[in-house]
Design a protein around this ligand. Structure first.
Ligand code: CA
Ligand code: CA
Ligand code: CA
Ligand code: CA
Length: 408
């Protein structure tokens, strides 16, 4: 890169002019702006020229520690030639590349920007292993990340290169996305999602996603993966999560996948969300270690998914607490709704105005056990309040299937 040959004095001059007025309009001006911010922590904003089309020849990498805002003004960054990946022996893609890479615990805000056709990942935020203090805040508004070969958006707090293990920073991840699209990502290797958050060590994932489409991605539409101490808290309002999970025919993927391990809860609120035509589950929430699953769904549909429409598995100490209303679960390839609670704890909550029809197995199944399939209940029964629940055409009959859960 030419920029490396520039002297610091020149960079300082460039930085000053960038900070003043210059707008980013091509690869060179984007690199100059990012390099300037890497050297000068007073630069907190990079403004693009309206509707600029920027074709990159390599990843652009931010390494500053300050918060940074990209004001895209409708610019499109084409990442077709921004980096590469290799496949190892088990066909796992290996790369550190992405079209836009942010190696920082500083807050990142992106507005009105499209990142398209990335040769590897679209937008990557790597949280340094030794980050401490406030959670990192990532805000996307009017951002489109489309047709990335691997992940669309990847927020990575896992210190392990291959995302194994539980080592990560002491901070958590606060993600706010609105009026954005994550479409057609993850179509060149196994297990790459439209949106992936890997949170390890201390800290929560706190995600608020509104007015957004997460559709047609090869891996999961969105996966929130949290281990170590901490919760996954996710709210979605007016979000579609459709047609995801088709890339790996040996192990198809979900619409919305949460994996929570060790201490901490899964706490999800979905309002006006569709999770349809995904190749594994529509919603797939797995909680392990201490902690509960709390699900509040209103005006949700999970139809035509290849496995369950909505599946929640809670293990070890902790409850499943549900409050579902005005929710439609039709024509899924397994149970429509499947709630499984294991270890200490119970299933509680209410199902109101639910339609579950034409699912291959049960319309609704709720089972509570200390150890799955124990011969007789070993703990007090759970309780679900049922009102205006309509089941029809389900493959295993139209009663709610329960184990040690009382219906009221
Ligand atoms: Ca962390
Ligand atoms: Ca946890
Ligand atoms: Ca837990
Ligand atoms: Ca439990």
């Amino acid at each position: 890169m030419k920029i490396k040959k520039l002297s610091l004095a020149v960079l300082a001059t460039v930085a000053a002019s960038q900070a003043a007025a210059a707008q980013v309009y091509d690869e060179t001006s984007l690199r100059v702006a990012i390099e300037a911010a890497n050297f000068d922590s007073s630069i907190e904003k990079i403004v693009f020229k309206k509707n600029a089309l920027i074709e990159l020849s390599a990843p652009v990498i931010y390494t500053g520690s300050q918060s940074l805002k990209l004001v895209g003004k409708g610019a499109i960054i084409d990442g077709s030639n921004a980096g590469s990946f290799t496949l190892d022996d088990d066909l796992t893609a290996v790369t550190e590349d992405g079209t836009l890479v942010f190696n920082t615990a500083g807050d990142i805000t992106i507005r009105n920007l499209t990142v398209a056709n990335s040769a590897t990942r679209g937008v990557v935020i790597n949280i340094p292993e030794h980050a401490e203090g406030d959670d990192t805040q990532i805000k996307l508004r009017n951002v489109n990340i489309i047709d990335s070969a691997l992940f669309g958006l990847h927020i990575d707090d896992n210190a392990d290169e291959f995302d194994d293990g539980t080592t990560g920073s002491d901070i958590g991840i606060d993600l706010k996305i609105t009026h954005s699209n994550f479409i057609g990502n993850g179509t060149s290797a196994i297990d790459f999602d439209g949106v992936r958050v890997d949170e390890r060590g201390e800290g929560d994932i706190n995600a608020l996603i509104t007015h957004t489409h997460i559709d047609g991605n090869g891996g999961d539409g969105i996966e929130l993966d949290e281990a170590g101490h901490g919760d996954v808290e996710a709210t979605m309002i007016n979000v579609s999560i459709n047609n995801n999970g088709f890339y790996n025919e040996e192990d198809l993927d979900d619409g919305f996948d949460i994996d929570e391990a060790d201490d901490g809860d899964i706490d999800v609120k979905l309002i006006r969300v569709s999770a349809n035509h995904n190749m594994d589950e529509g919603l797939d929430f797995d909680e392990a270690g201490n902690g509960d699953i709390e699900l509040k769904l209103r005006h949700v549909e999970a139809n035509n998914n290849s496995d369950e429409g909505i599946k929640a598995d809670e293990e070890d100490a902790g409850d499943i607490d549900v409050k579902f209303s005005h929710t439609n679960i039709t024509a899924n390839g397994d149970d429509g709704i499947q709630l499984t609670e294991l270890g200490q704890g119970e299933i509680e909550g209410s199902l109101k105005n639910i339609t579950a029809k034409d699912n291959s197995k049960y319309g609704i199944k709720a089972g509570q056990w200390i150890v799955e399939d124990e011969a007789a209940p070993m703990e007090p029964a759970g309780e679900l309040k049922i009102k205006k629940v309509s089941l029809s055409g389900n493959g295993k009959g139209d009663d709610i299937k329960t184990n040690n859960v009382t219906l009221k």
